[in-house]
Design a binder for this molecule. Structure first.
Ligand SMILES: [Zn+2]
Length: 491
């Protein structure tokens, strides 16, 4: 007993805002007084002390002054009743190193993601060689960045031999899956066979092609990204496009996408959704990346732009026929109305899919259509709530579900003994209000000054202080704006 008392003198218990813990690598430590949200849909519980050792969750014990852990583990961070969630997984990310020809050096994206609670990203297409190097650095702890799973993109139609060469080349690299985009049926079937043969998961951005979700069901696609291929699979023929529709015109493309869900036959749609659920085709809807279509004003005036929007993105988002998704030069109130209705049918489809046993994940697709990394992801969570999901289920989409779909369900996505210590510490209760995940200086509408904001994002046992990361991003943006003389939005 005596030696325990002596040891306890050396205990250093830091308070939740002690920034000396930022990027502090500690082999063994204790996070005390946590209200835990496990990530699997079960209610919050606590307070608990979480014992972290070598990057893993070693144990979870009720918080008591005299518990054994507090006597023996000397390094302690007291989170004082904060909610603690599993690290978020961003299932639709693109690492970007420039935008609109303007350099956008990391760690800009990494810090935004981490500050938003994202500890893992699934990259669905980027500069592969660059990203492979970054993945390695992140895994070794050489950079402050989320964990990365790389699914390089294969787009469009290919001849059989071209596709074969391309996939063979990619399979030699340290990739984790494939992203297929807007392929014709023949290319898709061949690509899926090759991926299946090598046990590679596939994320598919189905466009308006001669293939649709029925082909995904047949091929055993891991995730359908976005949504198009699903209502497309429930049409009675082609979509009712006007005679002058040209899919290469981005304005046309996004305009008539807004009229797609309503053309889906309700019975056929039910069949598609249930078949997806049955065959284990998961759905990563990226609701947020279309939000500008239903409410352009909201997207353009996002309160985080002033401090956090990189000038490369500011430039890229301006209406332009050349930048993908920057189609707003002719956007009308009629388009917004169609899109508002589109969302209502989409939400119901997500509900039906989930009730049929389908797995839903969360991704943001930031860097396009007025969506900023991290902030877009947190908005995605709110949209899942709007789709009718309870916040516990929203968190499950973002954590346990996404981990499972990544093939990492046994080590990521839950606050659970034996899992990797990827955790988000929130100053407030996200189950009561998902807006508390936004940074304090963004001022959620609640106006409550005492709560709000992610305090810590912990990746593999290393804590990162979210406000410190955000301060660094503000500096990066200031500097990039000054050197590029771009300042569209500053008042
Ligand atoms: Zn994407």
């Amino acid at each position: 007993m005596k030696w325990l008392m002596i040891l306890s003198l050396w205990v250093t218990s830091a308070s939740a805002q002690d920034t000396t813990w930022h990027n502090k690598k500690t082999e063994e430590w204790l996070l005390t007084n946590a209200i835990i949200v496990a990530g699997v849909g079960t209610p919050a519980e606590g307070p608990y002390d979480i014992h972290i050792k070598n990057g893993l969750i070693e144990g979870i014990k009720p918080s008591k002054k005299d518990n054994e852990l507090r006597q023996t583990v000397t390094q302690q961070l007291d989170v004082d009743g904060s909610h603690v969630l599993p690290g978020f997984i961003n299932m639709h990310a693109h690492m970007m190193y420039q935008r609109a020809g303007i350099d956008m050096a990391q760690p800009y994206q990494y810090y935004l993601w981490l500050a938003s609670g994202i500890t893992t990203i699934r990259d669905l297409g980027s500069d592969l060689e660059h990203s492979l190097a970054e993945k390695k650095k992140s895994a070794q702890g050489d950079i402050i960045a989320p964990r990365m799973f790389l699914y390089p993109g294969i787009w469009g139609n290919h001849t059989a031999s071209d596709l074969d060469d391309k996939m063979k080349g990619l399979l030699k690299k340290d990739i984790d899956g494939f992203k297929f985009g807007m392929m014709d049926k023949a290319t898709f079937i061949q690509a899926s066979k090759t991926a299946n043969k090598h046990n590679m998961p596939v994320a598919n951005h189905v466009g308006v092609e001669d293939m649709n979700a029925w082909d995904n069901i047949q091929a055993g696609t891991t995730t359908i990204e976005h949504w198009y291929g699903i209502p497309d699979a429930a049409l009675k023929g082609s979509q009712q496009f006007p005679g002058d529709m040209n899919y290469s015109n981005e304005l046309h493309r996004f305009r008539y996408a807004g009229r797609l869900w309503r053309e889906a036959d309700a019975d056929k749609l039910t069949q598609v959704l249930e078949a997806m659920a049955e065959k284990g085709v998961a759905w990563d809807p990226t609701l947020v990346i279309y939000e500008a279509s239903r409410d352009l004003q909201r997207a353009v005036t996002s309160p985080w732009y002033k401090d956090y929007l990189h000038p490369g993105l500011e430039k890229f988002f301006q209406p332009s026929a050349d930048a993908h998704g920057s189609f707003f030069w002719g956007w009308t109130s009629e388009d917004e109305t169609h899109w508002k209705n589109n969302y209502q049918i989409w939400f119901k489809a997500l509900q039906h899919f989930s009730q049929a046993g389908g797995t839903i994940t969360t991704g943001e697709d930031g860097g396009y259509i007025y969506q900023l990394y991290g902030f877009g992801y947190l908005r995605e969570l709110q949209l899942h709530q709007e789709a009718g999901f309870h916040p516990l289920d929203v968190i499950k989409h973002a954590t346990a579900n996404s981990a499972q779909v990544l093939g990492q369900g046994d080590r990521l996505g839950q606050v659970r003994v034996g899992h990797v210590a990827d955790l988000v510490v929130v100053n407030g209760n996200p189950l009561a209000d998902l807006q508390v995940l936004l940074p304090r200086n963004i001022k959620p509408i609640t106006g409550d000054e005492s709560t709000g904001g992610i305090t810590w994002t912990i990746k593999a046992g290393t804590p990162y202080h979210a406000p410190t990361l955000l301060a660094a991003v503000r500096d990066m943006v200031k500097e990039a704006r000054a050197s590029n003389q771009i300042n569209y939005l500053v008042d």
